[in-house]
Design a protein. Structure first.
Ligand code: THU
Length: 143
């Protein structure tokens, strides 16, 4: 019998991202993206890209998933999976790497996925090395 306390399996993140991708609003790029993250509590939050006729006003899927987590009162990403169109793994864009970092640790795993499954796992530190994050800002403010 599965342990109710166990974190959601990777397949649950993949399924949530897949479902979110199905709701993407991507009439300009025709590139739907879904993301799903597991927070510290074990809850799953998903998001899709939401494009806009004023192109720079669009949102990435990871951004939408992070906003859902924060809106629910949580602040820690335990793992995040992002899923693009096609088989090739989708790696988060630069701006989203920075947004994920805000709520992650250097060891947080990011699953860069394609249609066939969870794909390639990389740590936050691998995706955004030598990063500027909250810890560095706090050090500056103290001095
Ligand atoms: N996109 C994401 O949602 N996440 C990424 O990490 C990469 C790009 C979206 C933004 C835009 O709606 C579409 O993919 C094409 O760039």
């Amino acid at each position: 019998m599965p342990n109710a306390e166990a974190p959601a399996p990777l397949s649950a993140l993949f399924e949530a991202a897949l479902k979110a991708r199905g709701h993407a609003h991507a009439p300009y790029s025709h590139f739907p993206v879904g993301a799903a993250l597991r927070s510290a509590s074990g809850a799953i939050f998903a998001g899709c890209n939401v494009e806009n006729a004023a192109y720079p006003s669009g949102l990435c899927a990871e951004t939408a998933a992070i906003a859902a987590m924060v809106c629910a009162g949580e602040r820690e990403i335990a793992a995040l999976l992002v899923l693009g169109d096609g088989d090739e793994p989708l790696t988060p864009c630069g701006a989203c790497r920075q947004r994920i970092l805000e709520f992650a640790t250097p060891d947080t795993l990011i699953y860069c996925s394609g249609a066939s499954g969870p794909g390639v796992a990389r740590t936050m530190d691998e995706l955004l090395p030598f990063a500027f994050g909250p810890a560095r800002l706090a050090k500056g403010a103290a001095s």
